[in-house]
Design a protein around this ligand. Sequence first.
Ligand code: IMP
Length: 192
Amino acid sequence: MKIVFATNNKHKVKEIKDLLPSGIQVMTLDEIGCNEEIEETAATLEGNAKIKSDHVKEEYGYDCFADDTGLEVEVLEGAPGVYSARYAGENATFEENVNKLLDALEGQSNRKARFRTVISLNINGEQQYFEGVCNGEIELSAKGSQGFGYDPVFKPDGYDQTFAEMDLSTKGRISHRGRAVQKLVEFLKKKA
Ligand code: IMP
């Protein structure tokens, strides 16, 4: 079985290749010659993931899956959510986004947050979604240097380290994306 993962993020591709049986071949956007920017214009994670998987199916003919992730903070009513990558502006750095979040939570005692990943799969004309959630809280300041994005300020429930202080395999096991990917893998194994 050949399937496209609508990303060029090498870390994400490795993570999923390690989990899939060898009979399922995963290709990236680069590998199918898809170099155009796929605009994520939806207001939900589900919508943005579907835009990407549909684009590949419609323009290139391959079965495809795509992911979208957001950090949802309780007292901010789910913000930054689907806008997590551009919370502090269109081309914001991870550090700018983290600083804006820490400012928004200044003086707040409720620091509950969750990461949520949605994977959209477009296969044999069928639409499927897989969700992975990781609950935790936002620290008072950044800690650790691993990972990316909001990792330095996100401490998952049940752990006393932030994602940025953990090794990648621990994060992969408990993270939002890891959980969504595990559900996708179980589904694909039944199809292969
Ligand atoms: P994407 O949908 O995977 O591109 O994620 C959108 C944004 O959410 C990223 O730009 C990051 O700011 C944030 N994000 C996604 N996954 C993670 C994660 O595992 N740790 C920290 N931040 C993340």
